[in-house]
Design a protein around this ligand. Structure first.
Ligand SMILES: [Zn+2]
Length: 251
């Protein structure tokens, strides 16, 4: 199984052990710094920490941690140039599987500028992007995101994450992949399954988004096991358990 979106820097060794023992072989950890960033060096240190420290911590427990780096919308109050420069290097050296998570939160001018620039970098380097959608004003913010994406990048290179019942209709007809985040306060496994049941298994990726907020490190295996228990076909279950992620991120 693959958990396609998490934040390993905010989690414990015990979580990594539990995830691996529950059948998660690979997880993708994304950047997000949950506190003020008075200087871009703080963010750069956060990104390097994920790349060097958290991957090694997870590996000790068998978990293969892939990395997505970028500037999260809530971290947009910085001078981004040095981070953009690093992104090219990380992509060139194949150290990251995507630019992420990026996206929009409050629709500020700097958020929108940094989001567009990161889409341009992804397009130029033929990289994938993991795009965050916010908890509040999700339909309104997603609309802006969906307007911006095709002006900067092929939709096939993007996964739009934290999609739920309220907004699925806005995104289902795009060429983007869609992320379902099974996390307390976001969506439970039954809601995720009802979306898969309604829209099919081809366009969706599953993740826990475990972070510094209330989280369940086993939400992906629990959802996959519930799909099996309810009798969904093996090939459909495999698509959201791992196949879609392997293909999309070329893992
Ligand atoms: Zn996240």
């Amino acid at each position: 199984m693959i958990d396609t979106h998490m934040h390993a820097d905010a989690r414990s060794s015990e979580d990594f052990e539990l995830m691996f023992q529950s059948g998660i072989d690979t997880a993708i950890t994304c950047s997000y710094y949950p506190y003020r960033i008075p200087h871009e060096m703080i963010l750069l240190n956060h990104l390097n920490r994920i790349l060097e420290l958290d991957t090694a911590r997870a590996r000790q427990y068998g978990l293969d941690l892939k990395v997505a780096l970028g500037i999260h919308p809530t971290n947009s109050s910085i001078n981004p140039e040095s981070i953009f420069k690093q992104l090219y290097r990380w992509i060139d050296e194949k150290q990251i599987v995507a630019i992420g998570e990026i996206g929009l939160e409050d629709l500020t001018e700097s958020e929108i500028d940094i989001f567009k620039k990161q889409l341009d970098i992804a397009s130029e380097t033929d990289s994938k992007v993991i795009i965050h959608t916010p908890r509040k004003n999700k339909p309104e913010v997603l609309k802006v995101i969906l307007d911006i994406i095709p002006q900067h990048i092929d939709e096939k290179q993007a996964v739009i994450d934290h999609i739920n019942q309220d907004v699925v209709n806005q995104a289902i007809d795009t060429d983007c992949m869609l992320g379902l985040t099974v996390q307390p306060q976001k969506m439970d496994k039954f809601e995720a399954i009802s979306l898969l049941d309604e829209y099919g298994f081809d366009k969706f990726l599953l993740n826990s988004d475990i972070s510094n907020k209330p989280s369940d490190p086993l939400s992906v295996p629990k959802t996959v096991r519930e799909l099996k228990r309810q009798g969904y076909g093996k090939s459909d279950v495999e698509k959201v358990a791992c196949k879609n992620a392997v293909e999309f991120f070329s893992l």
